[in-house]
Design a binder for this molecule. Sequence first.
Ligand SMILES: NC(=O)c1ccc[n+]([C@@H]2O[C@H](COP(=O)([O-])OP(=O)(O)OC[C@H]3O[C@@H](n4cnc5c(N)ncnc54)[C@H](OP(=O)(O)O)[C@@H]3O)[C@@H](O)[C@H]2O)c1
Length: 306
Amino acid sequence: MNLSRPKSLLIGASGQIGSQMLRALGRERCLVTSRKSSSDTELVLDLATLATLADVEHIFDGYSIDAIYCLAGLTNVECCEDVPELAHNTNCRGPELLAQFAKARNLPLVYFSTEYIFDGNHGPYNEEDTANPLNVYGKSKWEGERAVLAACSRAVILRTTVVYGQDFGEKNYIYSLMRSLGAGKPMRVPEDQISTPTYNRDLAKAAIALVERGATGIFHVCGPERMDRLEFARSVAAFLGLDVNLLQGLPTSALGQKAPRPLSAGLSIAKLTRLHPDLTMRTASEGLADCHSDLEDFLRSCATLT
Ligand SMILES: NC(=O)c1ccc[n+]([C@@H]2O[C@H](COP(=O)([O-])OP(=O)(O)OC[C@H]3O[C@@H](n4cnc5c(N)ncnc54)[C@H](OP(=O)(O)O)[C@@H]3O)[C@@H](O)[C@H]2O)c1
């Protein structure tokens, strides 16, 4: 199939952020890949099994592309600890080959990264701060950042954190919270992980705008407020009329997680605000208000099932 009109290539469109990118760009403007199956509308690409640049060229041979957004990743932080090689291939080696492909075609590429490249000793972090990842996920993303930047001069490294909002996969933090509290069950929440929660639609919009404006290099793109997970969970619960008392704040050390977490983290968006003041990143209450009806629909569907 030869598509004459250039399209934006979305790797990882089925994920939380990818589906918001698809929504923001419009399906007709996108070329989408899927890890598992091909259809008339999707090409097959598994980042973990790409071996050479030729593998990437073969997949996109004949397709006209104007930008690449690499959202795909092995994002389960606990799982990454068990499969470091898979984490490396998915989060670093595959994106590096995509970046080589972008370089060869002279395309912009956005690689989505994370605050987990930092150790959480003194956030919020800006773009120049020194990385020191504590876990396999953070290390694989940090290596991915460096490999992508080295391979492609038109790359944007977009670091974000605690992304929330409508999620078709129903996986993000807010959905776990709605499932538990909606069913009257308690939920354990770390009270010492400080971050900057990010509304997914603002993130998608900013990523697209950065490409359209020819930005390159590292950008932090997240919400403007720094808060701990318990504080965030409480605002979500209160906003949705759920029982805030079901939230049990605990130190991270009591959660028995395998992967160490950065605690005093969060990202500063001073650079984004200075260079692109019109790219507004909404506060948690503004973001929640924007996706309120989607969240209400999910809560209703949970109630129907119980
Ligand atoms: N969500 C956050 O809070 C957050 C915070 C910081 C950074 N990020 C970064 O932002 C990006 C998007 O996050 P997200 O929350 O949208 O992730 P997500 O919901 O977990 O989606 C991950 C996407 O990656 C795809 N994928 C996984 N392994 C793959 C492979 N080997 N080859 C090709 N595709 C693969 C998945 O496809 P399948 O449907 O086939 O599994 C899915 O489309 C990630 O790179 C993540 O590191 C996210």
